[in-house]
Design a protein around this ligand. Structure first.
Ligand SMILES: Cc1cc2nc3c(=O)[nH]c(=O)nc-3n(C[C@H](O)[C@H](O)[C@H](O)COP(=O)(O)O)c2cc1C
Length: 317
């Protein structure tokens, strides 16, 4: 199978549209007849923010869901084995492309918005997210075995925001964190990292500090009542994180179909003590994997990706 065989090319183009921490794109794909393998690229891990590769596995899980949805939407069966080789933990998944399949409405809807999803770090409109949409994003997480806690209770929202602020402060005081962030934000014309246009303004007196990638704009007020969502899993560890990445992407795509934007607040996830505090704050029953803000944002521009030639290989036998 070559990348130009239908529906492999569209699946790989969709895979690389997945979000990843600092836009590191920590993946590569190996092709063999009738199958695509998803690999973690350990050379692209964030050694300071994500030393264990947890966030990178979330990103690869998102890329995996994009592959699965695209193949299903193209009318072919998909069979996925997660972590198929215990001896090679960086081989995250093997997706076999089977016979004909009649895609359901959800597969078609979600596959169609893959190119339209992006992180929106700008202020959202002061417009409530309707109950039906909240239910839909919760269900999306459940469909992939995760939970999505919408932090509605005022006290919990304030406590979550305080944790995010504290973790943000710790990170911005850390020289190694700063150096790593700079390494992924500097330079024009790159096909990875976070470009200046994708950054957001600092929040003027707001609850939640957006991770600050670039210093290009004056602070602005953000929405009054942010919708903060925490994706949780019952277990932690590589395979739970990979599944969590799938759930994360299903939530993000479901939000996109409903006209919502999202941005991430991973600061408390990247410091073990604040991640644990968030787990306790949410009742202690699940492991927080990622934190989002959801809302109605103005359209933005997608960020660049490395060309497929650099991330796709033929599997040598
Ligand atoms: C696990 C994970 C954690 C992330 N954490 C943050 C974060 O804390 N702050 C932020 O602004 N963006 C965060 N991002 C978003 C990435 O920076 C973004 O996905 C990447 O730059 C690609 O851009 P796109 O999402 O617009 O396609 C995170 C993404 C992933 C997958």
């Amino acid at each position: 199978m070559t990348p130009t065989d239908f529906p492999v090319l569209t699946a790989l183009e969709a895979a690389v549209r997945a979000p990843s921490p600092h836009n590191t794109q920590p993946w590569f794909f190996e092709l063999e007849p009738g199958a695509v393998e998803v690999h973690l690229d350990e050379d692209r891990l964030l050694r300071v923010c994500d030393p264990d590769g947890r966030e990178a596995r979330l990103a690869c899980g998102a890329a995996l869901l994009n592959i699965e949805l695209t193949i299903a939407a193209a009318g072919r069966l998909v069979e996925t084995e997660l972590m198929p080789d215990r001896g090679r933990p960086s081989l995250l998944a093997r997706v076999e492309i089977g016979g004909r399949h009649r895609p359901d409405a959800e597969e078609l809807r979600l596959a169609a918005v893959i190119p339209r999803r992006y992180s929106n770090r700008r202020p959202f409109a002061d417009r409530a997210v309707p109950e039906g949409v909240r239910t839909a994003v919760r269900r999306a997480a459940l469909a992939d075995g995760a939970g999505l806690v919408l932090v509605d209770e005022v006290g919990k929202l304030e406590a979550t925001a305080a944790l995010i602020r504290r973790a943000d402060h710790v990170q911005t005081q850390d020289g190694a964190f700063h150096e790593e962030l700079q390494a992924w934000t500097r330079g024009h014309g790159r096909d990875d990292g976070v470009p200046a246009f994708a950054g957001g303004p600092r929040s003027a007196g707001g609850l939640l500090p957006v991770r600050h990638f670039h210093d290009s704009e004056a602070p602005r007020p953000f929405e009054q009542d942010p919708v903060v969502a925490v994706l949780t899993t019952a277990a932690d560890g590589p395979s739970a994180q990979l599944r969590a990445g799938r759930a994360m992407q299903r939530v993000l795509l479901t939000a996109t179909t409903a006209g919502l934007s999202a941005s991430f607040y991973s600061q408390p996830m990247e410091i073990p003590s604040t991640r644990d505090e968030l787990r306790v704050l949410l009742g202690g029953s699940g492991y927080p994997q990622t934190v989002f803000r959801l809302g109605y944002g103005f359209p933005g521009v997608p960020t660049p990706r490395r060309p497929l030639e650099t991330v796709v290989r033929q599997k040598s036998s």
